[in-house]
Design a protein around this ligand. Sequence first.
Ligand SMILES: CC(C)(COP(=O)(O)OP(=O)(O)OC[C@H]1O[C@@H](n2cnc3c(N)ncnc32)[C@H](O)[C@@H]1OP(=O)(O)O)[C@@H](O)C(=O)NCCC(=O)NCCS
Length: 386
Amino acid sequence: MKILEDIKVLDFTHVWFGPYCTMMLSALGADVITVEPPWGNIGRLGPGELYKGTSTSFMAVNCNKKGITIDMKKPEGIALVKELVAKSDVVVQNFATGAMERLGLGYDELKKIKPDIIYAALSGFGQYGPYSKYGSYAVVAEAISGHTYATGKGISPEHEPVDMAGALGDIGPGTFAAFAIVAAIRHRDKTGKGQMIDVNQVDTMASFNCCETVAYDLFKESPIERRRKRVRPPSELWGIIKVEDGWIQIAGSRPKAVEEMKAKLGVEEVTLDFVKEKLSTMTRKEAFAWLVSFDVPSAPIYEAYEGFDDPHLQARKTFVEVPHKLAGSYRIPKFPAEFSLTPGELKTGAHVLGQHTEEVLKKVLKKSKKQIEELEQNGTVTIWRP
Ligand SMILES: CC(C)(COP(=O)(O)OP(=O)(O)OC[C@H]1O[C@@H](n2cnc3c(N)ncnc32)[C@H](O)[C@@H]1OP(=O)(O)O)[C@@H](O)C(=O)NCCC(=O)NCCS
């Protein structure tokens, strides 16, 4: 059994933010139909290198879904979308605010078709407020919420702002959107009522910076400035340390680990310099084994792909292999939470453009062969053929 197996999601998402949200829902069993324009959504072109014409990031955030193309600028296309809405529990979109309304597909319209629809409008700055109409990408939300500034200052107090790695301004809000949708499904199941959800990158990234803003509010001084004045005690084992074949991260503010180190090594005092000296002739693997032998929280610093070969990640099956029409297969991180009864699963790779158009028209909308041919001929849909 999959926890969301009875949930049908109609997905109008593109790039990273929205697609990551709907991929998380699909991993929990939701049946996700992704609608793209016949020319493909912009996420197919990047960010990420093109692999056989599609960006690797598209392939990473669109697993498990059924992909259909519909030209929503055509009345026939809008009619198809409305038929799909009638059969859906959830609609998710992350266009700039107003785009869905211009197509006649805003919440007010769609709830006339399906009164209990859960409509998640994902955006950069939210559905209201002076900046609400502005377009956005992860770095925009990271900038306005303090992360870009803090990332630079994390390198050194004088450092200029630095972009966060990993598009956390997309993946974080995408996760939050999935969480909000699941909560709204619970509410609908209790009350029979759908609702509109406004999840945006800026509010989410501000929430992710809660520690910095609370610290400022209590001291009325920038926490980065306060940190600059603070001198770390030499016994605080914290930071990135160079070892023979790379770097290791230690986060050893754990008194019992330091005491254990003193006892086992027979020394009076353990300082960061002492640990650095010990680690300097070790490999990452040796340094990690040495540190955890004293229970010091630590980890080797990897480039992401190195996780493929790590024995712990292998034991936990952190990466799973999914089939793909053009690549054959590729590896992707699994759905990361493990349920004892209802496991999440990423089973298939991203769809190629129009891969499931015919299947959805036939099986979900019960269109005849002739109707499908007409829709294809007048350019409303495209059908992928191997
Ligand atoms: C990412 C973003 C900047 C891209 O901007 P964009 O490529 O100019 O696209 P927009 O969202 O403004 O608009 C999409 C357009 O495609 C059209 N479109 C979308 N799907 C379509 C389809 N299936 N068929 C025909 N047209 C379609 C829309 O109608 C809209 O057209 P319009 O501008 O004429 O109204 C913008 O979508 C955005 O800010 N989204 C919210 C924040 C976000 O999620 N950012 C991405 C993070 S990864």
